[in-house]
Design a protein around this ligand. Sequence first.
Ligand code: PMP
Length: 309
Amino acid sequence: METQGSPIWIDGKLVDWSEASVHFVSNSFQYGFGVFEGIRAYEGEAGTSIFRLDAHIDRLFNSAKIIGLDIPYGRDEIIEACCETVAASGYTQCYLRPVAYIGYGGMGLSYGDCRVSVGIATWYWGEYLGQGKLEQGIRVKTSSYTRHHINSNMSKAKACGNYMLFQMARTDALRDGYDEALLLDSQGHVAEGSVENVFIVRNGALITPPLTYILDGITRDSIIALARSQRLEVREEFFTRDAMYTADEAFFVGTGAEITPVIALDNRLIGRGTPGPLTRQLQSLYFETVRGRNKRFGHWVTPVSRAMA
Ligand code: PMP
């Protein structure tokens, strides 16, 4: 991560990276009260384009609604601001991080009177799970932590404070020599990775957990639509970790992780212990689509220059 990066949009203005700071006495810093998104822009057919920008901004506003935060901007303003921030960055491909937060005050736990700010940063992020992992796949460990119960932390909100659990799960997995953590839900079913949704393949069909306990991932949604466009069978159903051990293939999906093959879980090789053929097929389809080369899903990419024109 750079110490001197690209301009950051805060509350309507682009400011220098070094000026974009938040006060120590801020509710969001002290309690993790805020919501955020992770989005990618790719260099494609129509120049630099943001993938599924509308869906990400809808989720940002839904996350805010769930935790009870009023974002003082319209969806279109934030969409425009994302394009403006990418254009100002000079990156042809980058990661975008919009955050809605309480930047000053609100030291009591009630936040009704606090002023909500929005910031949008961009930076270059290559392969999130490590160089070469899209090709080689990753080794995953089932976490000892349970994915938040749906009635304590809201699973559909991409809320800052929820990430303490995911951070602990990921850090423990890395310390134990694995590449990523898998969290089970409070009933013991496979839920999701620390920042990824999960798919397994069995007898040519894709299976992914239903949305009940997990984040409604935009990559997950994209993969379901792309797979169905290829007439592949996709089922949303609960499964257990032992069903994942014996799957033919498995992969993690997310904006950061893109489509990363999972080649082993808890030291059991999945399939042959190498990325499987359906995983490979979906990887190439996904990378064509994010670059605007899949005409059927052309509406998923927003060219930065056209949006700003
Ligand atoms: N689950 C969690 C907990 C996440 O943080 C993410 C990343 N946003 C995902 C799944 C994947 O979501 P998306 O495909 O929208 O990035």
